[in-house]
Design a protein around this ligand. Structure first.
Ligand code: PBG
Ligand code: ZN
Length: 342
């Protein structure tokens, strides 16, 4: 009784009432600085060298390894729902295609170049990004060319990566995205594109801040790209290395990157914020990687989370941290969800 009287007489502080700002679904949308849209979604495609392939990947729910002959059926419904962009990864399955320098990466008959050509012809409005790396194509499974002692030969790696990037651009890729993390490759790629007369129509999206964590396992199952010995710790960044990431961001921007990828995403929101400040004039892209995606699925299956709700929550986090684009295995779901009332 006493307390109630006390509260009645005490005027409410004007500044303490926030609820009026978000008591309606529309207001809750207005509270976001950047809203999730279909055009910011980039869907990863694993294209194998078996043209009729359509194989589920156990560790990557709902995602398939797909052959060129199946691309029409796979992509058609997604493009109809509003998919604007894909990122291509090649998966050479046939025996004897891998060698120490990753020759198969830009094989004109290989899955990436064939995939680019198919998409250009059949989905002319789809924006084609290509992951540029050697790990899917090297016999040792590392992302570059190695010295005899197993360490990365920087010079040979970056010139090989630049050649691959130029060949993807020649085949019709709109964007090349080097994911190898070897020093200086952005400069060589940009120079290669200039020399080939392709720089003005090719976007160089650098995986500038890419960390060597424990979240790429399902991808390596899908792309058959796990290193046969060793790990990637001497080229991908150590998870605690915020300063190194900032230096890599500065470096790649100065070497001519047109856009920046931060990867993984959920555990690296501070890096995403750093990227959006350091590279404030470039679009920042979050990569919600295979392990993060598989974890959300596993948690949803266990009943720990609701997949749609957690998907929005995580992806809105990337936008809040400064991302403008998102590479996500959830793109097909979002194309449906964004049509629903949220
Ligand atoms: C190739 C590459 C990888 C990913 C993107 N490009 C694997 C790796 O670096 O080992 C990971 C993407 C994912 O986990 O979804 N270098
Ligand atoms: Zn690689």
């Amino acid at each position: 009784m006493h307390t109630a009287e006390f509260l009645d007489t005490e005027p409410t502080e004007i500044s303490s009432v926030l609820a009026g700002g978000y008591n309606h679904p529309l207001l809750r949308q207005w509270q976001s600085e950047r809203q999730l849209t279909k055009s910011m979604l980039i869907f990863p495609l694993f294209i194998s060298d078996n043209p009729d392939d359509c194989t589920e990947i156990d560790s990557l729910p709902n995602i398939k390894r797909i052959g060129v002959n199946r691309l029409n059926d796979y992509l058609g419904p997604l493009v109809k729902k509003g998919l604007r962009s894909v990122i291509l990864f090649g998966v050479p399955l046939s025996h004897g295609t891998k060698d120490p320098v990753g020759t198969a990466a830009d094989d004109p008959e290989g899955p990436v170049i064939q995939g680019i050509k198919f998409i250009c012809e059949n989905f002319p409005d789809l924006y084609i990004m290509c992951d540029v790396c050697l790990c899917e194509y090297t016999s040792h499974g590392h992302c570059g060319v190695l010295y005899d002692d197993g360490s990365i030969n920087r010079e040979r790696s970056v010139s090989r990566l630049a050649a691959v990037a130029v060949n993807y651009a020649k085949a019709g890729a709109h964007c090349v995205a080097p994911s190898d993390m070897i020093d200086g490759r952005i400069r060589d790629i940009k120079r290669g594109l200039i020399n080939a007369g392709l720089a003005h129509k090719t976007f160089v999206m650098s995986y500038a801040a890419k960390f060597s964590g424990n979240l790429y396992g399902p991808f390596r199952d899908a792309a058959c790209s796990a290193p046969s010995s060793g790990d990637r710790k001497c080229y991908q960044l150590p998870p605690a290395g915020r300063g190194l990431a900032r230096r890599a961001l500065e470096r790649d921007m100065s070497e001519g990157a047109d856009g920046i990828i931060v990867k993984p995403s959920t555990f690296y929101l501070d890096i995403m914020r750093d990227a959006s400040e350091i590279c404030k004039d470039l679009p920042i892209c979050a990569y919600h990687v295979s392990g993060e995606y598989a974890m959300l699925h596993a948690a949803a299956e266990k009943g720990v989370v609701d997949l749609k709700t957690i998907a929005f929550e995580s992806h809105q986090g990337f936008l809040r941290a400064g991302a403008r684009l998102i590479i996500t295995y959830l793109a097909p779901e979002f194309l449906d969800w964004l049509d629903e009332d949220n």
